[in-house]
Structures are given as structure tokens and as C-alpha cells.
Design a binder for this molecule. Structure first.
Ligand SMILES: *Cc1c(COP(=O)(O)O)cnc(C)c1O
Ligand SMILES: [Zn+2]
Length: 423
């Protein structure tokens, strides 16, 4: 398919809510099709909207009358038609975390519990948008390169949309995540290599096959789904911005789009203006963005991941540079925690708030704890921590660290001997 310059440039049509795809570096505007890189400067593309137009029709009331899913924010999402791939994703609970807050000396701590999405991670948000847009653009095959959670989400959304799914994973993925994707009957290809190898291969395949790779050629649409993490938090707080959020960083897509979401709410007049301090959390064993911050550079050096937080194990984060910029702009922070601290983060969250998070959640809570203990968070700030994946996906990470079960014979005497003996 040859594309001429004339076809590629979207006419800036003010009558339309979606202006097109815009290069984050040089500002060039493209039609809203399946592309993710600027032809002129190789910068990443993102969806551009006409906020003045959106502002005229969008209100707190129009949102409140929408469905109890992320589709209540459709006016701020890159979908043109009526049909959506609806897995009932989003509008997850925002929970006041009094017990955990007390332990950390934080008086207003909230948890955004995205472990309860349809495939048990926040990935259902970007994938709902990407799958819907893939249908709009006429694709038959939904595809991805996955660190784990994306595999299950893409497979489930393809099933719901009646599309074929073809999924690429690193061969060493946690078994629970492979089964959790395979059950939806996609084609799964396990690549001998790490995620960055998988992603490179997927890019080559994406160029040759006309497949909708949600996080490659559909990445501009995919990443927009993460804005709903900001929209929901603001709405659930009664249409106000939190003072600070803590969110994990793998490629940095979610982190940068949560920030974009908070910014958009101000642009369309749904919340008063303000700045949300953005805190990025990584695992020490894969912390290229944190390393760059520590070295006071925007030059994110790729690393070879070695951490139990496999869902965050992206050594060459596409949005790392933008994440660094956002942290600086918002007076936020970047911090990393070790594998033992991740395990302790999972356990701390479980024993204080009754939420079982996967390793990415352990990273978020570990970093929150580290910053709170270091006095880097004002005790009265309204802080929201994003818990992005479910603990049942990474049971092995904590299996050796939980309390042992007490084995007894089926008699009262045995029970009492054992139970009283251990106290
Ligand atoms: C994918 C993922 C993230 C963040 O990924 P980004 O690539 O930074 O958008 C966070 N938590 C979990 C559980 C994930 O699966
Ligand atoms: Zn450009």
C-alpha cells in the first residue's frame, strides 16, 4: 500500500471531536488510522481532540447518566462509531485505605482497585479502546506483545468482539498468565527471549501482516484507555483532583496517560485547575526510568530486566522520556524497590486492606511506603495509589512468604495441641 502525503494529512476539521493523530515531537497531524510513528521525525503519535467542541456537550451530569464502565467517558476517547467492545471494564472501586494510611502516616490515602477488572488487571482499559478502534478500522486479527496481563486481556476482548487473536509472549511467563490467556482460545506464540525481544519481533510481524497490534500500530488508541484511570478517580472523589498519585511504570504508557487524563479534565472544565504530583514506581531489577532520574538525565538507558515484577519488566520503555518530563513538571517523584520489598508490599496491602495484588501492586505499595517513611509525602495530602493487577496471577511470588498452614488430625485434641502450641 503506497501512501501519498495528501492522503496522510488529516484536514484539521473543527467540526470533529477527534482531530487526528498528532506527533508529540513536531506536531504534524495525521488521519486517525493505524499508525504510531511520525514519518517526518519518528516521534510517537497521540490522539488529538478538539477540547472546545467536547466542552460544549460534556458535563458531569452527562457522564453520570452513562454506563458504570469506562464507556461513560466515551466523549474523551478515540472512538467514532456507536459500537464498542464492551467487557464491562472500568469504574472500579476507589477505596479509602485507613488501615494502610495509619501504618504509613498518611491521613488521606485511597486505593484505586483495578484488580477487579474482567481479566483482573488495568490492561482491560487500553485494550477495550484498542479492540473497539481495531473493529472501526476494519481489522480481523487482534494482536499484541505482552509482559503477561496484556495477553489475557487481548484474548478476552477478541473473543467478545468475534475477532481472531494472535499473542506474543516471552517464554518464561508465569503459568497462571499463560493459562489465563489460553482459555479464551487465541493463538499464543512463546518467544525464546525477553519482552524487548518479543516486542521487536512483533513490530516486524506487524509491518508484514495486516494485524491490529494493540500496543504497536494501535498504540495511540490503546494508550488513551489509561486516561480513564484519571477520569474515574476525579469523579469518585466528587470531581476534584487528588494531590498526588502513585502508579507503576513499565513502558510508561499508563503513567503518561493518567497525567493526560487529569490535564484533559481541566481543559474541558470538569474539575478546577491544579497539579497532580505524579509518582512513578518501578522494580529495582528493571528501573531504567528511575535510573535516569537518579542520574539527572532524560536519556533513558535500556536495561536487561531481572525482577519478580514481570508485568513491569520492560527494559526499553517507549514512554520513559515523557514519564521523566511529567515527574519534573508536576514536582512528583520516581522510586524503585527491590524484590523483597515488592513481596513485603504485597503482604502489607493484603494484611491492612484485604486486597491481594500482583507484583506490580507490590511495587506501587513498596514505593509508597518508602516515600512515606522518608517523609517525602505530606501526611495531609490526598494520595491515590493505583493497584493495577490481581495477586492470583503471581501466586508464586508470595507462596514461600505466607504463613504456614497448621496441619491437624481430625480430632479436637489434635486441634488444641497444635493451635495452642503455636501461640
Ligand atoms: C502493563 C502493566 C502496567 C503498566 O504498563 P505500562 O507499559 O507502563 O503502561 C502496570 N501494572 C500492570 C499490572 C500491568 O500489567
Ligand atoms: Zn514528528
Amino acid at each position: 500500500m503506497s501512501i501519498t502525503v495528501g492522503d496522510r494529512l488529516a484536514a484539521p476539521d473543527t467540526a470533529r471531536r477527534i482531530r487526528g493523530l498528532q506527533c508529540r515531537e513536531c506536531g504534524q497531524l495525521y488521519a486517525a488510522e493505524a499508525r504510531h510513528v511520525c514519518d517526518l521525525c519518528f516521534g510517537p503519535l497521540e490522539v488529538a481532540y478538539d477540547y472546545d467542541l467536547i466542552r460544549q456537550t460534556l458535563s458531569r451530569e452527562s457522564i453520570a447518566s452513562g454506563p458504570d464502565t469506562l464507556w461513560r467517558y466515551k466523549a474523551l476517547l478515540p472512538i467514532e462509531g456507536e459500537y464498542v467492545v464492551d467487557t464491562h471494564t472500568g469504574f472500579t472501586p476507589l477505596i479509602p485505605a485507613h488501615n494502610l494510611g495509619k501504618q504509613l502516616g498518611l491521613n488521606s490515602l485511597w486505593l484505586k482497585n483495578d484488580t477487579v477488572n474482567p481479566t483482573f488487571s488495568f490492561k482491560d482499559r487500553p485494550v477495550s479502546i484498542a479492540a473497539t478502534r481495531a473493529r472501526e478500522l476494519g481489522f480481523d486479527v487482534l494482536s499484541c506483545s505482552s509482559t503477561g496481563n496484556l495477553a489475557g486481556s487481548v484474548a478476552a476482548h477478541a473473543a467478545k468482539a468475534g475477532m481472531r487473536a494472535c499473542i506474543f509472549i516471552p517464554a518464561d511467563l508465569e503459568p497462571a498468565k499463560i493459562v489465563g490467556a489460553a482459555v479464551y482460545e487465541p493463538t499464543i506464540i512463546a518467544v525464546d527471549g525477553n519482552y524487548d525481544d518479543v516486542n521487536r519481533l512483533s513490530s516486524e510481524i506487524g509491518d508484514l501482516y495486516n494485524w491490529a497490534f494493540v500496543n504497536i500500530n494501535l498504540r495511540p488508541y490503546y494508550s488513551e484507555g489509561s486516561k480513564t484511570l484519571a477520569f474515574e478517580v476525579a469523579e469518585q472523589l466528587g470531581w476534584r483532583l487528588p494531590d498526588r498519585v502513585v502508579a507503576p511504570i513499565a513502558s510508561g504508557s499508563m503513567f503518561t496517560k493518567v497525567h493526560k487524563g487529569f490535564t484533559e479534565l481541566q481543559k474541558v472544565g470538569l474539575v478546577p485547575s491544579g497539579t497532580v504530583k505524579m509518582v512513578g514506581a518501578q522494580a529495582e531489577g528493571c528501573s531504567p526510568v528511575v535510573q535516569a532520574a537518579r542520574a539527572h538525565t532524560y536519556d533513558v538507558r535500556p536495561v536487561r530486566p531481572n525482577t519478580i515484577a514481570k508485568s513491569l519488566a520492560i527494559g526499553n520503555p517507549a514512554d520513559g522520556y515523557y514519564a521523566l518530563k511529567i515527574v519534573e513538571q508536576t514536582d512528583g517523584a520516581l522510586e524503585a524497590v527491590t524484590d523483597p520489598e515488592i513481596v513485603e508490599g504485597i503482604r502489607l496491602l493484603a494484611r491492612t486492606e484485604g486486597i491481594f495484588a500482583e507484583t506490580a501492586g507490590g511495587v506501587t505499595i513498596g514505593v509508597l511506603k518508602k516515600l512515606a517513611r522518608a517523609g517525602k509525602i505530606d501526611p495531609d495530602e490526598l494520595v491515590v495509589a493505583y493497584i493495577t493487577g490481581n495477586g492470583l496471577k503471581t501466586v508464586d511470588a508470595v507462596a514461600d512468604h505466607v504463613a504456614p498452614v497448621l496441619r491437624v488430625a481430625p480430632t479436637l485434641a489434635s486441634f488444641e495441641a497444635v493451635y495452642n502450641g503455636q501461640r
